[in-house]
Design a protein around this ligand. Structure first.
Ligand code: ATP
Length: 488
């Protein structure tokens, strides 16, 4: 039966919850609606428990409203929806494979847990938790040769050296869980987000922690290009079976920047089978990417769908306090005294990503060493002169207007015009708020740049956008995208 009801419910929830929460917990759910019962399928036990605890009540309310005041019975299961009832939803919603297909592709063994939760009735939570424990034994690991794959891990990237903030809290917590219990509830773990935000760091931290807990664990870390190169070499040398055996023998496979698999069909195919074999064997897979799985272009649907079976978590750009904390931590690691005033000054100037933030700090420290100076805001301004000039040059009002117009598919001239329809005023307000945040122009200067508007109009726009970011997940997501587009 078509899942129109669930589709409509998702559309409502999409507007109610922040994009990260929606993408992590609600978007991956599949549904099957028949005979007055709506069954929701979660990719794993953890997601099921979380949804059950945090969102189910709201889901039921929305369904009731949408269904003319009559709530369907709602159940939850770990697994995939039967094929014929896959959701007829907007293309970007996750569409996953059926249990039947897994069975065929994984040689007849279904690995998912099929325990049903009486989702509506509150149920006995302890009993539920007890029910979810069976996931098959871990396959004994055989490793080819004596290659020490741990050596690919950067030992400096640990949980201890990773600074927690609102932007990475969930990703860090999930990563720590994976390190504690590899091959367990979050398999695969899919970490995504913009460049230089700590995805690789977290991935290594997991690998390092797995090895610390179990020195015999075989952890393979590699960037996706390396997987491709290894495979090509194996094909040339007629050694593809060894290649397969090797990658299927590890306890944890960590693949960085999976987006580079785009258009590499054979590699995707090979990875798909490796991936299945590992999940089937209870071995951990961790993947990082610069975007949400569904948004990766030129990647096979079945692979993208498989990424969503475990936990998909976004790493966001760090907010000011986290940037300050990161700088303090990095300075401490290099035994450099950095006042909070100095850290704050750098963090305010460099907003793009952590890699740039580190680069700026390195530059300041090196200059301080050479000149024997104290690290003060004027000294920092001088040391980072070129870098800041570059930033200021890049983020001009012009640039903001072009980016915003392109994003919302309107003309730059519309932003200057007197037109007051919603499709124009909202982007105009967003562009004004961005100009205030990212440039040093005054309110009257910004007003001038938007067709000679009064500075109070600019002020109103800035307030409005702050307000909307609190209440409208769509605007919040747009704004974050702009910050990323304009500052990285
Ligand atoms: N929260 C954090 N605490 C401490 N250091 C961090 C944090 N986030 C990022 N870093 C540091 O920033 C640098 C860049 O991080 P990393 O290489 O993990 O980024 P990434 O998200 O994998 O980027 P890319 O997509 O370009 O590979 C690293 O040196 C890392 O240690």
């Amino acid at each position: 039966m078509p899942n129109r009801l669930w589709h409509q419910c998702l559309e409502v929830l999409r507007d109610e919850f922040p994009a990260q929460q929606f993408n992590t917990w609600l978007r991956p759910l599949q549904s099957d609606h028949r005979e007055g019962q709506l069954m929701l399928f979660a990719p794993n036990r953890f997601v099921m428990d979380w949804v059950h605890e945090k969102y189910l009540r709201r889901i039921e309310e929305v369904l009731k409203d949408l269904n003319g005041g009559q709530a369907p019975r709602v159940g939850m299961k770990v697994g995939s929806a039967p094929r014929e009832s896959e959701p007829v939803v907007r293309s970007e919603l996750v569409k996953q494979d059926t249990g039947k297909r897994i069975q065929e592709e994984s040689g007849g063994r279904v690995t998912e847990e099929e325990k049903v939760v009486a989702a509506t009735s509150g149920g006995n939570r302890q009993a539920q938790l007890n029910e979810y424990t069976s996931n098959g034994g871990r396959r004994p690991v055989q490793v080819e040769g004596d290659i020490k794959h741990q050596s690919f891990l950067n030992e400096g990237f640990t949980f201890d050296t990773f600074v927690e903030g609102k932007s990475n809290q969930l990703a860090r917590a999930a990563s720590m869980q994976v390190a504690e219990n590899p091959g367990g509830a979050y398999n695969p773990l899919f970490l995504y987000g913009g460049v230089g935000l700590g995805k690789t760091h977290l991935m290594h931290a997991i690998g390092n922690d797995i090895v610390r807990r179990n020195p015999n664990a075989k952890v393979a870390y590699l960037r996706s290009e390396r997987f491709v190169a290894d495979m090509v070499k194996a094909l040339q040398l007629n050694a593809i079976n060894e290649f397969k055996r090797y990658y299927r023998s590890v306890d944890a496979l960590l693949i960085d920047d999976i987006q580079f698999f785009a258009r590499k069909e054979r590699s995707q195919e090979e990875f798909f089978h490796t991936f299945n074999a590992l999940l089937e064997g209870g071995q951990q897979v961790i993947v990082t990417c610069d975007r949400f799985p569904k948004e990766i272009v030129d990647m096979e649907e079945r692979l993208k769908s498989r990424f969503g079976w475990g936990l998909t978590v976004m790493v966001e750009p760090p907010e000011l306090e986290t940037r300050v904390a990161i700088l303090m931590k990095k300075a401490e690691q290099t035994n450099v005294k950095l006042s909070s005033e100095a850290a704050f000054f750098i963090a305010q100037k460099i907003r793009s990503n952590v890699r740039e933030l580190e680069g700026a700090l390195r530059l300041v420290i090196a200059n301080a060493h050479f000149t024997g100076s104290e690290i003060t805001p004027p000294f920092i301004r001088e040391s980072l002169k070129d870098l800041l000039a570059l930033h200021e040059k890049q983020v001009s009002i012009d640039n903001i207007q072009r980016t915003v117009a392109e994003y919302y598919k309107i003309k730059v001239a519309d932003l200057h015009s007197k037109r007051r329809t919603r499709v124009i005023t909202r982007p105009r307000q967003v562009a004004m708020a961005l100009s205030k945040e990212l440039t040093n122009h005054s309110l009257p200067e910004i007003g001038d740049a938007f067709g000679g508007r009064d500075h109070t109009t600019v002020l109103h726009a800035c307030k409005k956008i702050v307000e909307l970011q609190e209440t409208d997940p769509g605007i919040r997501e747009d704004y974050q995208n702009f910050m990323r587009l304009l500052t990285t």
